[in-house]
Design a protein around this ligand. Structure first.
Ligand SMILES: [Fe+2]
Length: 454
C-alpha cells in the first residue's frame, strides 16, 4: 500500500477499490471438481464507482460479477456495470430542486435476485434494474408502472407460494410501504405501514403466514443529508420495534413488539412455532449490532453477533437471547427455507487474533443442537457472502439432510491479489473446497449474490 492509498477511505483501498474494465473470459482454470449438479449462474452485486471515487461504500455504482457453470464445467466469467441513469449521468439526482423524487435514479449495487423469470439488480433507494442472463442491462423495472416507492435490496421469495414480498422506505411519508408480488410477477398489494419516523430499514423477513418489519433507531438526519454523506445516525430517543403483519393483511393490523435498542442489516431467517395449546410464536434470528453510527455516520462498526428474538403472538411478548459471540455478517439460509424452519444457517465471521490480522471464517450454525463448525480461511484469504445451493431440492426440508449441498462465493487472496469462486461441501464445511474457479481478475469486496439454476 502506498502513502497515497493510506489517505483514501477504506472503501476505495485494497480489494475494496473499484476495477475499471468489463471482462468476458471463457478459458477458466478449475481446481478440484465442480459438482455436475451445478448448472446455472452465480452472480454477485457490489459497489464499483465508475469515476473511481464515492463518498461512502454504499454509494458506488453497481457492478455484477458472474460465473456460469455447466454440469461440472466453468463456462465463463463476466463483470458488467449496471447501466443505470446515474452511471450515464453522474450528476443525475433522485430528489429534484422542486422536491420531486425520481426513483429511476439509483446505483443498483446491493443485491441481484431472480423472480418470475426476471433478473433484478436492487438498491434500497430506487427502482430495480432488469438484467439479462449475460449481465447486460435491460432497463429500469417498476412492475409495469405499479411500484410507487423504492424497493429494498432484500425482497423475500416464498419457497412455498412463489410470491415475492418486499418493502420500500424513504425520507418522506409514507416512510414504509409493504408490497406483494404474485408468483407470476404482478404487483398485487401495497400497504402503508405506520411508523414513527424515517429510519434506515435495510432488510426484513417473512414466515409462512407473516411478514416482519424492523423499525430500529437509525434515523434520517437532514443535516447529515445536506453534507452529502450517509444521512442516517443513531437516535437514543427512537423506540426499537419489530412489527408482525399477516401476509396479505392490512397495514393497520401490524402487531408491534418493543425490543432492546440495536441495529440489524441482515436477518438470517424467521419461522413460526405452534405450541400444543395452539399459541403461535415467531423465531427471528439476525446479525445484531448493539448500536450503529452513534457518533460518526461514516464509521463502520464490526460487532454484529447472531441473536434470536422469540415473539409470542398470543401474549404479545418478546424474549431475546444471544446465540453466539462470533462477529458475523452476511447470514444466509437455504433459499428454499426462507420463512420456514431452518436447522442450519451460514455466515461470514471475523475472528480477532491478538497481535495479528483477524482470521476469516465461514461459519455453519446448527440451530437445533446449538453447535457450530467453520471453514477457516486463515489470515490472507477473505470470503464474501456464501450462498447455499441444494444438491436436491426435494430433500431440503428434511432436517437430517438439510445441509446436503454446497456453499458458493467469491474469495479474495491477499498475497496474490486474485479472486476465485469457491465451492464448499455444506455438509462438511471444514474440509478443503470441493472446487475453486480461478477468476481472471480480482473481484472487489461487494454485497449480495444469488445462485440462479437453469
Ligand atoms: Fe444487505
Amino acid at each position: 500500500m502506498t502513502d497515497d492509498d493510506r489517505a483514501l477511505p477504506f472503501h476505495l483501498r485494497g480489494n475494496y477499490a473499484p476495477v475499471f474494465d468489463e471482462l468476458t473470459e471463457t478459458e477458466l482454470t478449475v481446481s478440484g471438481q465442480l459438482p455436475v449438479e451445478l448448472t446455472g449462474l452465480y452472480v454477485r452485486n457490489g459497489a464499483n464507482p465508475h469515476t473511481g471515487t464515492s463518498p461512502h461504500w454504499f454509494a458506488g455504482d453497481g457492478m455484477l460479477h458472474g460465473v456460469r457453470l455447466d454440469a461440472g464445467k466453468a463456462s465463463w466469467y463476466r463483470n458488467r456495470w449496471v447501466q443505470t441513469k446515474q452511471l450515464a449521468e453522474p450528476r443525475a439526482r433522485q430528489i429534484g430542486s422542486d422536491g420531486s423524487v425520481d426513483r429511476t435514479v439509483g446505483v443498483n449495487n446491493t443485491h441481484v435476485v431472480r423472480h418470475a423469470g426476471k433478473i433484478l439488480t436492487l438498491v434500497e433507494s430506487s427502482f430495480p434494474c432488469e438484467m439479462s442472463p449475460e449481465l447486460d442491462t435491460i432497463g429500469v423495472y417498476d412492475f409495469d408502472g405499479h411500484l410507487d416507492t423504492a424497493m429494498t435490496a432484500h425482497p423475500k421469495i416464498c419457497p412455498t407460494t412463489g410470491e415475492m414480498h418486499f418493502f420500500g422506505y424513504g425520507f418522506f411519508p409514507p416512510y414504509l410501504t409493504y408490497h406483494r408480488v404474485s408468483a407470476g410477477g404482478d404487483l398485487v398489494q401495497s400497504e402503508v405501514i405506520d411508523v414513527a419516523g424515517p429510519t434506515m430499514i435495510h432488510d426484513f423477513s417473512i414466515t409462512e403466514h407473516h411478514v416482519l418489519f424492523m423499525d430500529l433507531p437509525v434515523v434520517f438526519d437532514l443535516d447529515l443529508a445536506m453534507k452529502g454523506g450517509m444521512p442516517y445516525r443513531w437516535d437514543d430517543d427512537y423506540e426499537a420495534r419489530i412489527g408482525v403483519m399477516a401476509r396479505g393483511g392490512s397495514g393497520g393490523d401490524v402487531q408491534w413488539f418493543a425490543i432492546d435498542p440495536c441495529y440489524v442489516f441482515h436477518p438470517m431467517n424467521s419461522f413460526e412455532r405452534t405450541s400444543p395449546s395452539g399459541a403461535t410464536s415467531i423465531v427471528f434470528d439476525t446479525a445484531r449490532y448493539p448500536d450503529l453510527w452513534r457518533a460518526d455516520s461514516a464509521k463502520f462498526n464490526n460487532d454484529a453477533t447472531l441473536h434470536r428474538w422469540t415473539l409470542d403472538l398470543t401474549k404479545g411478548t418478546v424474549s431475546e437471547e444471544p446465540l453466539d459471540d462470533r462477529l458475523i455478517e452476511f447470514p444466509r439460509v437455504n433459499d428454499d427455507l426462507v420463512g420456514l424452519t431452518n436447522r442450519y444457517g451460514y455466515a461470514v465471521a471475523n475472528r480477532p487474533v491478538a497481535d495479528g490480522p483477524p482470521r476469516s471464517e465461514l461459519v455453519k450454525y446448527d440451530l437445533e443442537t446449538g453447535h457450530s463448525t467453520a471453514h477457516d480461511f486463515g489470515t490472507t484469504q477473505i470470503p464474501g457472502e456464501a450462498v447455499f445451493v441444494p444438491a436436491d431440492a426435494e430433500t431440503v426440508r428434511d432436517t437430517a439432510r438439510e445441509d446436503a449441498g454446497w456453499l458458493m462465493g467469491f474469495i479474495y487472496d491477499k498475497p496474490t491479489d486474485t479472486s476465485s469462486l469457491v465451492v464448499l461441501d455444506a455438509s462438511d464445511i471444514a474440509a478443503d473446497p470441493v472446487a475453486s474457479v480461478t477468476l481472471p481478475r480480482r473481484v472487489p469486496f461487494g454485497f449480495h449474490g444469488s445462485w440462479m439454476p437453469d
